[in-house]
Design a binder for this molecule. Sequence first.
Ligand SMILES: Cc1cc2nc3c(=O)[nH]c(=O)nc-3n(C[C@H](O)[C@H](O)[C@H](O)COP(=O)(O)OP(=O)(O)OC[C@H]3O[C@@H](n4cnc5c(N)ncnc54)[C@H](O)[C@@H]3O)c2cc1C
Length: 378
Amino acid sequence: MRSSYDCIIVGGGISGLAIAYELAKRGYKDVAVLEECYLGSGSTGRCGSGIRAQFTGPDQIVLLREAEEMWVHMSDELGYDIHFKACGYLFLWDTPELVEKAKHDVEFQNKHGVMSCIVDRQEAKEICPSLNTDSFLAGQWYDKDGMAFPFDTVTGYAQAARRLGVDILTTTDVVGIEGTAAHTFTVHTTQGNIETKNVVNAAGPGSKGIAAMLGVDLPYRLDKHQIMATEPLEQFLGPMLVKNSLYYLQTHRGNVVGGTDTGDKNATDIDSTFEFLTKFASEACEIVPRLAGVKLMRQWAGYYVVSPDAHPVLGPIDEVPGFFQANGYSGHGFMMGPIVGRLLAEYVADGKPSIDIEHYNFRRFARGELLTEKAIIG
Ligand SMILES: Cc1cc2nc3c(=O)[nH]c(=O)nc-3n(C[C@H](O)[C@H](O)[C@H](O)COP(=O)(O)OP(=O)(O)OC[C@H]3O[C@@H](n4cnc5c(N)ncnc54)[C@H](O)[C@@H]3O)c2cc1C
């Protein structure tokens, strides 16, 4: 570890690593990523792997549409197979009111270039032959949504960033940050101190604590979300299925991976529970009866970092020049990784991102300008 860098990124999840890679790609190579544990040990390595553009807020649709373009080419870009697959997302709606709402959402998404559509029960069964068509009235489908394998994505970004000269330091905990009179920072870590001009806070569940070191109060709560994987099965499922807070997909390895909400808001642990398993099993088997009797392989949990409008904080902090945020994503930060990487790198390197993300700035909370979004899963 050196004693100074142009930019320190706190957090070795998808956000921190994607930003580091995109900075180095732009020739901004004097960068170190500091990770307190192992790469992907935060929410990234615990997530459901889903990638979608079916949102209801215009800004979110635009960003995720752009992100999906990046995901398609990511394995080639990084020189590492991240197992991206455009398996599509199939939302299942089971009341006439939800179907009506979905029709409006589809119209809105289509206007913003996301060509989702409403499918009837028979069409849904053609997309996913294992579906129990009695368990829903209609579906909402977009074939460009998909999945990628989180640990391969982390490895791909980390290897590509290292090849370009980025230092990535694991088991390096940031324990304090001080601003200096010269608008630089001293970052205190368990491996020593580092001087830097810029700090990017991509610390996931630790981001509130990192911001507090510089007097910034990020208004986040941590919600526990549980998830499980079955034994590997022959490929049969097809799309990511979503019904209310239930979601699951089948990975390239054949495991069915998914979760459902257990209402653990403001959580202080990420312990796994049997209650989650029974809730997940009954909800999942109702829509795909074939899952009954399939063996569970493992279960785990992680944190959603939830802001007041369930959207991330991205960009600089007005009061602390050189301090950038990339955190607070709720349940959709994995899918945003590539586009956040690009736009935050542009902020740090060029002072301005190529897509306007001002409305994701921290100052929106003080101004009461919260973003709206109805399509939050979990
Ligand atoms: C069960 C579950 C399912 C999910 N499913 C999806 C999904 O299908 N699709 C999707 O897009 N998103 C999903 N998410 C959300 C997604 O996982 C996160 O939004 C995303 O991974 C955030 O990435 P990150 O890099 O910002 O944070 P993280 O991956 O949490 O990385 C932050 C890193 O910072 C490190 N850190 C923290 N404090 C310090 C410190 N003081 N010093 C050094 N390092 C520190 C942590 O160890 C961690 O590795 C899910 C989340 C959960 C929990």
